[in-house]
Design a protein around this ligand. Structure first.
Ligand code: ATP
Ligand code: MG
Length: 454
């Protein structure tokens, strides 16, 4: 205890030279054989050349928690060029952080050189406008490619539990930030002063929420406190980075929990303002809950999930609201109104999130099938089942039924139609269905089922 205190004081005065608590194999429980052979090989090769090398970050954290790591990061005192020269299948990537990707089979290991500490939070007197380290006016880090000691590398990481280093050779865990303590107590604690660290990189706020949901950890009060007042900083973050972070969140297997926690912290305002609108409508909330639950189930069963489907779900109730509004207030024909609603919703989100075109195309496909599920006469159902994206559209329809937005009967009809033979199909067609265009428009309050569905 006293030793720790002395170390802390010492560290504050001398940010470049902190000492790690070294935890031996019998005390941490990581079994080396559970680590990806690719990561082990990267460590072995670098070690053989005399470099210091550790598995670091989320992988160590997850191994300590008995979870399977999603990916492996390795930290070393070798420079990116030195690392690249060791591995035939490797390349240096990144401008902001130069890292090396080492490939083996399908796996990629990210190798980073120990990085100098960027934040002045730990008493660092780093010049703000030095060549390799710049901050924007609001404190955001634009570049930080300064190499540093292992301690500095630990200090510039985001959370204490993400700053643990595992040495596969000696099988030791090196802990500079009391991460083991937090790990035991299930606490996610940011390293240094929370506000400064969020200003340097606002994405850390999203990471805080995502990791807390994934690990089922509590956010330490000082880590949590500044978030609400700083959510606006997310507007400065490149949209493509926000999008990547959102995808990670929704593909984490804890999407529902993450969305709820995001909302609690007010974080969706900067990222997905629609989440707020949707969750305020009971039907939207139910739909979203079911969509995220089924995404989580698929991820946890190792099944693929489609970002287009996910984003189509997130925004569906906004499409419905606009669809209804354009018909009732602007007297548009149902299908014209539907198409306008889709485009407007996509436009609003693209401004916030930079959803890549390949996904917005998929979202449109899923959405545009929806009104067509209600046309069950003539040749139309035959054409629809032949659509290459039918499965996604149909799964989406089932979610709509399950959420109570549509009659379960519609989903059941399509379930049967898919497998029915020609004769049965002919029998199933709805003979007296009026063509959509001629249907009378009715005024309905916002949020109610759009006229075209009746
Ligand atoms: P996941 O389980 O999603 O992979 P992770 O913590 O491993 O979680 P990565 O994005 O793989 O997340 O990052 C690897 C490590 O890099 C983190 O554990 C952390 O130490 C460091 N890191 C990542 N993003 C940041 C950031 N924005 N600021 C500081 N350190 C970061
Ligand atoms: Mg990781």
């Amino acid at each position: 205890m006293i030793q720790k205190l002395i170390r802390r004081i010492f560290n504050k005065k001398n940010p470049a030279g902190g000492q790690a608590v070294i935890i031996p194999p019998r005390k941490h429980g990581i079994i080396r054989d559970h680590i990806s052979p690719c990561a082990l090989n990267v460590c072995k090769e670098l070690r053989a050349r005399g470099f210091a090398v550790f598995v670091v970050g989320g992988a160590v954290r997850d191994l300590l928690l008995g979870k399977e790591p999603k990916d492996y990061d390795v930290a070393t005192d070798a420079t990116p060029e030195e690392v690249r020269d060791v591995f035939r299948r490797s390349r240096i990537i990144g401008r902001r952080f130069r890292i090396v990707h080492v490939m083996c089979g399908r796996e990629t290991i990210e190798v980073t050189t120990f990085r100098g500490q960027a934040a002045p939070a730990m008493g660092d007197e780093e010049e703000e406008d030095s060549e390799d380290q710049r901050k924007s006016d609001n404190g955001r880090l634009l570049r930080d490619n300064v190499f540093g000691s292992q301690f500095e590398d630990a200090a510039r990481r985001d959370f204490t539990v993400n700053a643990l280093y595992y040495d596969p050779e000696k099988q030791e865990v090196w802990d500079y930030m009391d991460g083991m303590q937090d790990l035991k107590h299930g606490v996610l604690r940011i390293i240094g002063d929370a506000e400064t660290r969020y200003r340097e990189d606002p994405v850390r706020m999203l990471r805080a929420v995502r990791l807390a949901a994934k690990l089922n950890f509590k956010l330490d009060p000082a880590t949590k406190a500044p978030i609400r007042a700083l959510t606006h900083l997310l507007h400065d973050v490149p949209k493509s980075r926000l999008f990547d972070e959102m995808l990670k969140m929704f593909h984490s297997g804890h999407a529902l929990e993450s969305a709820q926690r995001m909302r609690e912290e007010g974080l969706h305002h900067g990222v997905l303002p629609l989440l707020d609108v949707i969750l305020e409508q009971p039907m939207g909330k139910r739909f979203l809950t079911l969509a995220l639950q089924s995404t989580d189930q698929r991820v946890n069963a190792d099944k693929p999930v489609s970002p287009a489907f996910l984003f189509a779900s997130l925004m569906w109730h906004e499409v419905l609201t606009l669809w209804n509004k354009y018909q009732t207030e602007q007297d548009m024909r149902p299908l014209v109104a539907f198409s306008e609603a889709m485009e407007d919703v996509i436009q609003t989100q693209v401004e916030n999130l930079a959803i890549p075109r390949r996904y917005t195309a998929g979202m449109r496909e899923i959405w545009s099938m929806q009104p067509r599920f209600l046309q069950r006469a003539g040749q139309r159902p035959y054409r629809l089942v032949e659509n290459p994206k039918f499965r996604a559209g149909f799964d989406f329809l089932l979610l709509r039924c399950e959420s109570g937005e549509l009659d379960a009967e519609v989903g059941q009809w399509w379930e049967r139609f898919q497998v029915a033979n020609d004769h049965e199909r002919a029998q199933m067609l709805i003979k007296d269905e009026a063509p959509v265009k001629k249907r009378r428009r009715r005024k309905k309050p916002a949020g109610a089922r759009p006229a075209v569905e009746e």
